[in-house]
Design a protein. Structure first.
Length: 94
């Protein structure tokens, strides 16, 4: 990769990393520097979510809740196979 392409790549990555979570699709969420997305053919597994996002604030059946002081609460819904089916954005007061 040339120095110019590398510089452009780094600049784009820095811009994306600085965007607030609300900019991303409703069926995705930010966990630190990672973007977690649902709806892929083989979504992320519970293990991958734990590794990237840590323990959820709470769990109810197949749904994990992640609360953030800077963003809305996210509900991560898993299928029977343990992969993410969807990610829902909830209001700040749950």
């Amino acid at each position: 990769m040339s120095a110019r392409k590398l510089a452009v790549f780094v600049a784009v990555a820095l811009v994306l990393a600085s965007l607030p979570e609300e900019v991303f699709a409703s069926d995705s969420m930010r966990c630190g520097r990672h973007i977690i997305s649902a709806g892929q053919r083989h979504g992320p597994t519970q293990y991958e979510i734990l590794k990237k996002c840590g323990e959820p604030s709470s769990k109810t059946g197949y749904t994990w809740f992640y609360e953030s002081p800077r963003a809305a609460t996210r509900a991560v819904v898993f299928g029977f196979d343990g992969t993410v089916m969807r990610i829902e954005r909830l209001s700040r007061s749950r």
